[in-house]
Write a protein that binds this ligand. Structure first.
Ligand SMILES: [Zn+2]
Length: 166
């Protein structure tokens, strides 16, 4: 699951694993070559809109049907803040201004690294109509369900930043 490589792209042979520094690295016995995979960077954005916090309902697994923060993968060659702005626009319809970097979140054996930002809406229009139940606004300090590993930590760090700034 952690590794995206199953077959050698040079010879097509199934990869085996070699243990290097306590990590199992995919390895092609025939070509005698290792296949290293990079972590994936995900942006999570806590967006304030009309003094409330924007949540989106996930329409696919994992955590389908759960409410969570707008988020998405950073593309190769994409400035991280721009990825945050792009993902929020795609998922909520809102244009945002990044306020603050909340933090970086990672854990052992998890290929995903999260960069979390706070932001304020500056334009656009919150989705309604055909996606009417896909976006919601909640009181900023009222969130109690956290479908993903780092959500609660990110949210608490965000609330602490808000308290410090006020
Ligand atoms: Zn090979």
């Amino acid at each position: 699951m952690l590794d995206i490589f199953k077959y050698c792209y040079q010879c097509g042979k199934s990869l085996s694993y070699k243990n290097i520094d306590n990590n199992n690295i995919p390895y092609c016995d025939k070509c005698e070559r290792f296949f290293y995979s990079d972590p994936k960077l995900v942006v999570v954005v806590l967006v304030e809109h009309n003094s409330k916090l924007v949540l989106i309902k996930r329409s696919f697994e994992p955590a389908m049907g759960k409410w969570c923060f707008p988020s998405g993968y950073v593309n190769k060659g994409e400035k991280v803040e721009k990825a945050a702005i792009r993902e929020v626009k795609e998922e909520t319809g809102l244009d945002i201004k990044i306020n603050q970097f909340i933090g970086l979140y990672s854990s052992d054996n998890n290929p995903v690294i999260i960069a979390a930002f706070s932001a304020k809406s500056i334009g656009g229009k919150l989705y309604s109509g055909y996606e009417t139940d896909a976006v919601d606004l909640i009181e900023i300090d009222s969130l109690s369900e956290f479908p993903f590993e780092f959500d609660e930590k990110i949210y608490n760090d965000y609330l602490n930043i808000i308290r410090l700034n006020n």
